[in-house]
Design a protein around this ligand. Structure first.
Ligand code: ADP
Ligand code: MG
Length: 354
């Protein structure tokens, strides 16, 4: 674990971040008569950098809370990784079709939430998309499009209706043979929420956990209205598309800024449209704000699939939620905000002068 007590606090970027922290409180802050210290910790997990920023009464308290939070993330990765053939998720996928399998509470919980979010996004977010994701991983390596027959065969094994859950027995049944569940679009958000919960259990309330572009946010820094986060421009320049001020909320950004493949001059995203079986070619970047990072991670991915009109409609239909969409074009970024997005925008007076 790397502790960054005195590091660069302004716009520290994590693997070309889609969301960047602009400013926390610049100095240690008094709260309820005591001085709280701002501490920062970074560790790699789940193929991303996890960054924890927290306020604690002293360095030991902060450091041991961060260690416990990282341990929780590590344990979740052992359950949910699709790169580790021995993870609980991969063992579940090896079960024969139509046989209920008992799973751990965490695995059941994330699959149950995934199914809810699949319904909410009308199948745009779908963790059964694994067989298609695997075809696209090969396409990325070989720079060759998957054959239409391979996509059609993979689609036989995809569809959230092919997954059956029994909440009383905590069992999962895969109804088709050779299904592959892929939690890549939700696990980082789930882990960020779980890590923030560990910090809270240890009495640390002013904190956030950023799993690359998926951020779970607790109370504001002492004496401040919230944590200021910048939404990066998909053009890959250093400009921000928007800045938000958040507390007790979460924000995620998805898009093809980091992960894509160029085949024959077309850019395909690592996000797959489950209906077509193809990687997205629409270069929409979607940021989603809601109560927790499990929801924002999954729905930011879903909004990219849904396109501007349906994405805004979904965001407007959910309480405490907002979306911000950015499409890079020849004349710069085209942005669309949902109805409630302005509520989360950082006031202009709080932004650094250009
Ligand atoms: P990142 O991992 O870059 O933060 P996302 O949160 O958008 O990006 O997740 C993308 C990952 O989700 C893909 O790499 C893949 O594992 C998985 N995935 C791709 N398409 C879908 C989809 N339609 N529904 C659910 N998961 C998806
Ligand atoms: Mg996601």
């Amino acid at each position: 674990m790397r502790c960054m007590n005195n590091g660069n606090r302004n716009r520290l970027s994590l693997r070309l971040l889609t969301l960047v922290l602009l400013v926390g409180a610049a100095c240690d802050a008094p709260a309820a008569g005591r001085v709280l210290q701002r501490l920062e910790f970074i560790e790699p997990h789940m193929g991303a950098l996890f960054r924890i920023v927290l306020y604690a009464p002293d360095a030991d308290t902060g450091s041991s809370a961060a260690t416990a939070a990282f341990q929780r993330i590590k344990a979740l990765n052992r359950i949910m990784s699709d790169y580790d053939p021995d993870s609980e998720l991969m063992r579940l996928c090896k079960q024969p079709a139509a046989v209920p399998a008992r799973v751990s509470n965490d695995l059941f919980d994330i699959i149950r939430k995934s199914q809810e979010l699949a319904r909410l996004s009308v199948g745009a977010f779908d963790i059964t998309v694994g067989p298609l994701v695997r075809l696209w991983r090969t396409a990325r390596r070989t720079h060759t499009l998957p054959a239409p027959e391979a996509i059609a065969a993979a689609k036989q094994r995809v569809g959230c209706q092919k997954l059956k859950l029994d909440p009383s027995r905590k069992t999962v049944t895969l109804l088709a043979p050779d299904m592959q569940l892929d939690l890549g679009g939700i696990a980082k958000g789930y882990a960020a929420d779980a890590a923030l919960a560990v910090l809270r259990q240890r009495g640390i309330r002013s904190a956030f956990v950023a799993a690359s572009g998926d951020i779970a946010i607790g109370d504001a820094p002492p004496g401040m209205a919230g944590w200021k986060m910048g939404i990066a421009s998909p053009a890959g320049d250093d400009k921000l598309a928007a800045t938000v001020l958040l507390r007790n909320a979460a924000v995620s950004t998805s898009g093809d800024i980091e992960q894509f493949v160029d085949i024959g001059g077309t850019r395909y995203s690592h996000i797959v449209d489950p209906r077509t079986g193809l990687g997205l070619t629409d270069r929409l970047q979607a940021s989603f704000i809601a109560r927790n990072a499990t929801t924002t991670d999954a729905l930011a991915t879903a909004l990219c699939v849904m396109g501007t009109k349906r994405a805004i409609k979904l965001a407007d239909s959910l309480p405490d939620a907002a979306a911000f969409l950015v499409r890079p074009g020849p004349n710069g970024n085209e942005t669309t905000a949902s109805r409630r997005f302005d509520k989360f925008r950082a006031p202009a007076s709080s932004l650094p002068k250009k």
